[in-house]
Design a binder for this molecule. Sequence first.
Ligand SMILES: NC(=O)c1ccc[n+]([C@@H]2O[C@H](COP(=O)([O-])OP(=O)(O)OC[C@H]3O[C@@H](n4cnc5c(N)ncnc54)[C@H](OP(=O)(O)O)[C@@H]3O)[C@@H](O)[C@H]2O)c1
Length: 237
Amino acid sequence: MPDALEELSDWLSGAPRPPTRPLVTVSYAQSLDGSIAAPGGGTLRLSGPQSRRMTHVLRSLHDSIMVGIGTVLADDPQLTVREVEGENPRPFIVDTHLRTPVSARVLSSGKPPVIAAAESADASAQVALEEVGAEVVRVPASPDGWLQLTSLLSRLESLGVTRLMVEGGARLVTSFLNARLVDRVVITVCPCLVGGLKAVGIIDLTQFGHYPRLVNPHSACFGEDIVIWGGVESASR
Ligand SMILES: NC(=O)c1ccc[n+]([C@@H]2O[C@H](COP(=O)([O-])OP(=O)(O)OC[C@H]3O[C@@H](n4cnc5c(N)ncnc54)[C@H](OP(=O)(O)O)[C@@H]3O)[C@@H](O)[C@H]2O)c1
């Protein structure tokens, strides 16, 4: 194992979890200009082999891996640890209206996923997804119609999850940052310029008054990619 990967793994493994919810690590790969997808949201293979392997090691250090339905529909990810040895984290899909296709690869790749939906989501979609192995949980929605992140984290806590990796996409990551519910970030920066969908949307300053900022950031090269990691300064300074 290269030194940087060992350092990163030790740092993550030793991270204390917050007292009332799982530890939240946000991790994604972006281009130099901050894009995580092609213009229009199309899938983009950004990471090189070393950083991709690093991402799979990171996954293996978490109990659960969360993505938004936008990512499932765009990328059809498997969310497994197939490039390294280790246990697959349990996928957790944030899917307000149960739009996850029954053919999605995440349903047949690793551990059976949990799909969180609003109370109003179609009951027949739930039956269809449960028939192919998913566990569907209902979660309260916020006034904006999206699922409440604190309720999602409580649900994960009740499922025994202590470490959650949030892998995207942009809307989900932005929601976690805006709620200041991110403890750690690991961002892979790939040496290309895309002009596509940006990793992070507008950060709302009204409640907290400051932008999320890394404490004691570290970086290392994984092949041609630069990986930057650090803890996020707490909301209550
Ligand atoms: N480079 C990378 O590392 C990487 C990683 C992951 C994804 N991606 C890219 O990211 C893109 C997808 O990102 P995206 O922003 O369109 O979608 P997303 O963040 O994957 O999913 C967003 C959707 O999740 C649902 N949702 C429910 N509650 C939410 C909440 N509290 N906050 C945020 N979302 C909530 C909403 O679905 P409803 O609208 O149905 O309510 C929302 O539209 C894809 O193009 C994919 O390729 C890149």
